[in-house]
Design a protein around this ligand. Structure first.
Ligand code: NAD
Length: 498
């Protein structure tokens, strides 16, 4: 047993038993079924490249059948007492905690992160269910008298309606509960389209929601290879009322464009390019520990991952050397049963992209401090890598890296580093290490980012609003704000004769 960053333990469950527990079908209107064309696709272990199992591949007709069921279930579901919806979420929370070992093993198997990181994800994912089980009974409207004293206003919140939830592979469970939790709490029915690379955890979670008592039609499950076909067909159908997407900025923009035809409500959790700024007065040990977490959690494949390191010129050599020692001590390998190991990237193409960015930086005269060599297969491993003296034009500074690569630059003045930190189209997470309170408050006001960690390398918390500005997205998940994404406001003006 090992403690994780989220305080969870790192026990594992037998792999073969876990896979047998996964339903390989689609889940539509409360039952599991094969796809209309009996098609299936394979899911692989990124550590070995071996096939784990096959899962049904939804077609457009399956997707439309799922929408029909979500649309039929919507009015009855929205009318269920909030306490009952909350209790389903509370039961799901308790079941997920009881099955933490099985879920963590499944996540580690299909996604490659260490079983310790996977346990952290399960704990984080479960908290969304608990938080929104509590929020279910706190959906408030308001009453007011019009200024002229004649009309009385009732302002009420209503469930938006059937929602399409599209999730990425890097957090195969938590990115789902972060949407399903508030959608259930608000009284929305759902169509879940998981990432094609990690549908097994999603499938087991859908079974869990079924066993927790979610009625037929409320949650439908559509794993698919041709995502765009089923997503476009669903978004073109006026019975769908909302799309909540977590994934890349590129695909998010396509979905936003398509959402305009039916003026769909949208929530967008997109890419990031987080700056990690360390000032000369910072606690250097804390900054290096924070950098390890912010860079290497999830093998660098997090939208909140520190992407650009800006270190004050008086401490940059010391910081780089300490980080190098920690990076060089890490072991790479299959992390399903070993919590202290760094797992693979998700795919061959992900590894090619990351390596291409490292080569681009070296071509532009960045110094390679550690890492940077392609590994022998099988498995899509890439070593933790540090680059220093990286020029602004290098791709690693401008693009989301999504791998264990830390590019470092030095800076002198606060204004100069703020300008560089803000010179990105993204604005999701950001990190600052300093002990100066006035500086912290100045930076908080000027940084263009949805989230800021001060002397903290992990900031995600289900009770806080997660989300970005600029090309990092629209809307917030978690916190009091999370449920608002699934509610619409209706105002009634009453002219009553008294
Ligand atoms: P992706 O955009 O490739 O895919 C995300 C989802 O969209 C998947 O389910 C995929 O099957 C589907 N999809 C892909 N193409 C589509 C299309 N044309 N039409 C409709 N659906 C389509 O992203 P990914 O590689 O799975 O995830 C990594 C990205 O997600 C990174 O950019 C990361 O920063 C981002 N992310 C953001 C957050 C956040 O909260 N802001 C959290 C996690 C990941």
């Amino acid at each position: 047993m090992h403690s994780s960053a989220f305080g969870a333990t790192a026990a594992i469950a037998p792999e073969a038993d876990i896979l047998k527990s996964v339903q390989g079908g689609l889940y539509i209107n409360g039952s599991w079924k094969e796809s209309a064309g009996q098609k299936r696709f394979a899911v692989h272990d990124p550590s070995t490249e071996a096939e784990l199992m096959q899962i049904a591949d939804a077609s457009v007709s399956d997707a439309l059948a799922a929408l029909e069921s979500a649309s039929n279930a919507q009015p009855v579901w929205a009318a269920r007492p909030p306490r009952e919806r909350g209790e389903i979420l509370r039961t799901a929370f308790e079941m997920l905690i009881a099955q933490a070992d099985e879920f963590a093993t499944l996540i580690a198997l299909e996604m490659g992160k260490s079983v310790r990181d996977a346990h952290g994800e399960v704990a984080y994912a479960a908290e969304f269910l608990r938080w929104f089980s509590e929020e279910t009974v706190r959906i408030h409207g308001r009453y007011q008298l019009a200024p002229n004293g004649k009309l009385q206003h009732i302002i009420a919140k209503k469930a938006v309606g059937p929602c399409l939830l599209i999730t990425p592979w890097n957090f195969p469970l938590a990115m789902i509960t972060r949407k399903v939790g508030p959608a259930v709490a608000a009284g929305c029915t759902m169509l879940l389209k998981p990432a094609q690379l990690t549908p097994l955890t999603a499938s087991r979670f859908v079974s869990l929601m079924h066993n927790a008592g979610l009625p037929a039609g409320v949650l439908n499950f559509l794993p698919a290879v041709k995502s765009s076909e089923i997503v476009n067909a669903l978004m073109a159908d006026s019975r769908l009322k909302k799309v909540s997407f977590t994934g890349s900025t590129r695909v998010g923009k396509l979905i936003l464009k398509n959402a305009s035809a039916n003026v769909l409500r949208t929530s967008m959790e997109l890419g990031g390019n987080a700056p990690f700024i360390v000032f000369e007065d910072a606690d250097l040990d804390a900054a290096v520990d924070g950098a390890m977490q912010a860079k290497l959690r999830n093998i660098g494949q997090a939208c909140t991952a520190a992407n650009r390191f800006y270190i004050h010129e008086t401490i940059v050599d010391d910081f780089t050397d300490r980080l190098r020692q920690k990076f060089s001590a890490l072991r790479l390998g299959r992390a399903v049963s070993d919590p202290d190991i760094i797992g693979p990237l998700i795919s061959a193409s992900a590894r090619k992209d990351v390596h291409g960015m490292v080569l681009d930086a070296v071509d532009r005269r960045a110094r390679l401090i550690t890492g940077g060599e392609l590994q022998e297969g099988p498995g899509y491993f890439y070593p933790p890598t540090i680059l220093s003296d990286v020029p602004d034009e290098a791709r690693v500074m401008r693009e989301e890296i999504f791998g264990p690569v830390a590019p470092i630059q030095s800076f002198v003045e606060e204004d100069e580093v703020l300008k560089r930190a803000n010179s990105s189209e993204y604005g999701l997470a950001s990190y600052v290490y300093t002990r100066d309170l006035d500086r912290t408050l100045r930076i908080r006001a000027k940084l263009e980012a949805g989230m800021l960690g001060v002397n903290a390398g992990v900031i995600s918390d289900p009770v806080a609003p997660f989300g970005g500005v600029k090309h990092s997205g629209l809307g917030r998940e978690g916190g009091f704000e999370g449920i608002e994404e699934y509610l619409s406001t209706q105002y009634t003006a009453i002219n009553s004769r008294q």
